[in-house]
Design a protein. Sequence first.
Length: 318
Amino acid sequence: MNISIVIPLLNEEESLRELHEWIFRVMETHKFTYEILFIDDGSTDNSWNIIHELSQKHSEVKGIRFLRNYGKSQALHAGFKEALGDVVITMDADLQDSPDEIPELYKLITEKNFDLVSGWKKKRYDSVIAKNIPSKLFNWAARRTSGLKLHDFNCGLKAYKNIVVKNVDVYGEMHRYIPVLAKNAGFQHIGEKVVQHQARKYGKTKFGYERFINGFLDLITIWFLSKFGKRPMHLFGALGVLMFFIGLASAAYIGVMKLYKIAYGLKAILVTENPWFYISLATMIIGTQFFLAGFLGEIILRSKRDKERYKISETENI
């Protein structure tokens, strides 16, 4: 099979038939063998019924329905798990991503041997305040922390080799930074392509201001995991030892000064009246806690087991 198209969605009943027809025209024109995986992330409208209807008429249409809304990352994870195509394309269901871009993305993977190609919405039709400015900040921060020179990390339209989606673990809200996850997994040939962005035709954006905050928190998480995810003791242990010895040195200083004053008959205050006593005590306690955090992190890392992160209620053609 040439292409798997993975489409996560939430309450997009108005656009699904039109999107399917558009994809169908493109695939038939270029004679691709393909499958379309619609991942219904707990929609409360008629989206699943439409997916069911399409799957009954078209064998290439497959569907996965979550019991409730788990988030886009979990939807992509479920789609990646089932994808059979040599090249996997992801796109949003709101018609803002153009299926006409698929053939060129496919060529970049198969002919130019990219592991991953990310779309770049150079000209956007979103709200400047609600999406454009946050997107620019996200992309700037992601470039600085990851070293990847991509303009649009969060574009839903991307192409992957199948081996990439099978080896990248998308969880939490990490779908924004899949190129970074791919790089950390060892896939270095990552590129981008300017893609057409279209104004939303139906419904309303799912973007909320909480995603602005979550996006930056997720970026910090990715940075931490890329640096210390395999060896948390390297960070927490080092910080713990450093702080403990700073506290120990402070306590030793207090003791030496106390003995010096006694030896020379100078007036000496009680150790507990010296503010440095409490500073050294607090520093040693915090250092010990950091060390224990690193130690526990190592234990958890070695004993963790894969856990089911979402519940599927129905599937179609899978």
